[in-house]
Design a protein around this ligand. Structure first.
Ligand SMILES: NC(=O)c1ccc[n+]([C@@H]2O[C@H](COP(=O)([O-])OP(=O)(O)OC[C@H]3O[C@@H](n4cnc5c(N)ncnc54)[C@H](O)[C@@H]3O)[C@@H](O)[C@H]2O)c1
Length: 401
């Protein structure tokens, strides 16, 4: 039994949750800030093979242990949860290493490079006392929690139309970091690495998806992957969402818009939101009922790592899977995989179609360079009726191994 659970069982306040940060580059500061801000969390260590980085991190945030590797850190013990902030290609392998030692782990996005990798993490969870959560910090701001509830309870009515835009700008120099821009180490372009935040928020608000029809292109950046993708996503009850993920957009913004039967809900922000980033426009005749409900969604705090770590603490105390649980993270990752499959094959891809036989389950790239990446056009389904997400590797010359 974890120390905190034991203390609770005896009516004592639970001791702080001991957090160790693995990978002390850019995003690690957001984790350290959150752990430092929350009284019931304690930063107990960090690990990074780069001695300069780990020592600077330990000195700045007061981490008592600075290890050269995850394994060295775990060998010392005394860690209640690992925060994985390493490059994406290490996430699944390091999450599994934590789970094999029964240590809960919160993994930065993307949780894994592929559905196949994520399924290995899920398998490791099944025989572990720990669970694996994914960072999706925009789910946890107060308004998102409130809007999710208004959709769930039917107060807003059906979601008929949605927009989900990640219009960001990353100059060529952004891709100088060795793991960026490669299928092998980053797993994808802005769909996988940037838009996934908004895509995850869309699904968490508007519910599951049914199919996706997508295009992708590499227009300008020095990357193997796309630098823009567009998609139409059919939601489970037939509503339609347009999803755009770009790193080519000088006027940057992140937007979600839900046109529901009874109101439009809009969120506009960049890398994080607060209550004022959201606007409700009731449909005619709905204002009297919806405005008090909308007021009730205020005051829950901004999005961000602090908001997610509060939930991490609660989940650990209550013995629940860490947020965002792998089952929910998988739905988002599956949509991303299906989006890449659709962009490569020119077909609409249904949920469930990127199965174990599909090359897009093993890699977002599929089995070969996507046609759009070499300046070609996406295969038209009329030209290639046999092509499918599962059979793309077998039927398309471009997808040959
Ligand atoms: N949630 C968000 O808003 C957000 C924001 C930025 C980045 N991220 C994600 O966080 C992850 C890290 O991004 P970053 O920008 O901090 O990258 P980074 O390159 O700045 O930092 C990665 C760190 O990991 C270290 N590292 C390399 N191999 C390691 C190993 N085997 N064990 C431990 N550490 C190792 C590197 O030395 C480096 O210090 C990525 O998956 C990225 O997509 C998320």
């Amino acid at each position: 039994m974890a120390a905190s659970t034991t203390a609770q069982a005896h009516g004592r306040p639970a001791p702080p949750t001991r957090v160790a940060v693995v990978g002390t580059g850019g995003v690690s500061a957001l984790h350290a800030e959150a752990v430092t801000e929350l009284d019931d969390l304690e930063l107990v260590g960090c690990a990074d093979p780069d001695p300069g980085r780990r020592e600077a991190f330990a000195a700045r945030w007061g981490a008592p242990v600075a290890a050269a590797s995850l394994e060295e850190l775990l060998d010392r013990g005394g860690v209640d949860v690992v925060a994985l902030c390493s490059p994406p290609w290490l996430h699944a392998e390091q999450a599994i290493a934590c789970l094999e030692r029964d240590v809960p782990v919160v993994v930065e996005k993307p949780v894994a490079l592929s559905l196949a990798e994520l399924d290995r993490v899920v398998a490791a969870e099944a025989s572990s006392a720990g669970t694996c959560g994914t960072v999706a910090q925009h789910r946890f701001g107060g308004r998102a929690v409130g809007v999710r509830e208004l959709v769930r309870t039917g107060s807003l009515g059906r979601v008929d139309v949605a927009l989900c835009e990640t219009l960001w700008y990353r100059p060529d120099a952004y891709f100088d970091v060795p793991w960026r821009g490669s299928w092998e180490t980053e797993g994808g372009g802005p769909t996988m690495g940037h838009g996934i935040h908004q895509i995850d928020l869309l699904l968490s608000l508007a519910g599951p998806w049914r199919s996706v029809t997508a295009r992708a292109a590499r227009r300008a950046r020095p990357t193997e992957t796309e630098d823009v993708s567009t998609a139409t996503v059919e939601l489970e009850d037939g509503g339609l969402a347009v999803v755009v993920s770009s790193v080519l957009s000088p006027r940057e913004t992140s937007r979600i818009r839900l046109d529901c039967e009874r109101a439009t809900v809009e969120l506009e922000h960049l890398y994080g939101y607060d209550d004022d980033s959201w606007v409700l426009t009731p449909a005619p005749g709905c204002a009297d009922e919806l405005e008090p409900l909308w007021a009730g969604t205020a005051g829950g705090g901004p999005s961000g790592h602090v908001a997610q770590y509060r939930e991490v603490r609660r989940a650990l105390l209550e013995g629940r899977p860490l947020p965002v649980p792998t089952a929910e993270a998988r739905s988002t990752l599956e949509l991303v995989a299906a989006l890449y499959a659709s962009a490569a094959t020119g077909r609409t891809v249904a949920r469930g179609e990127v199965d174990a036989a599909s090359p897009f389950a093993a890699s977002m790239r599929g089995a070969a360079e996507p046609p759009w990446a070499t300046g070609g056009t996406t295969t038209s389904p009329a030209d290639d009726p046999a092509s499918s997400a599962s059979s793309a590797a077998a039927t398309s010359p471009a997808a040959a191994p």
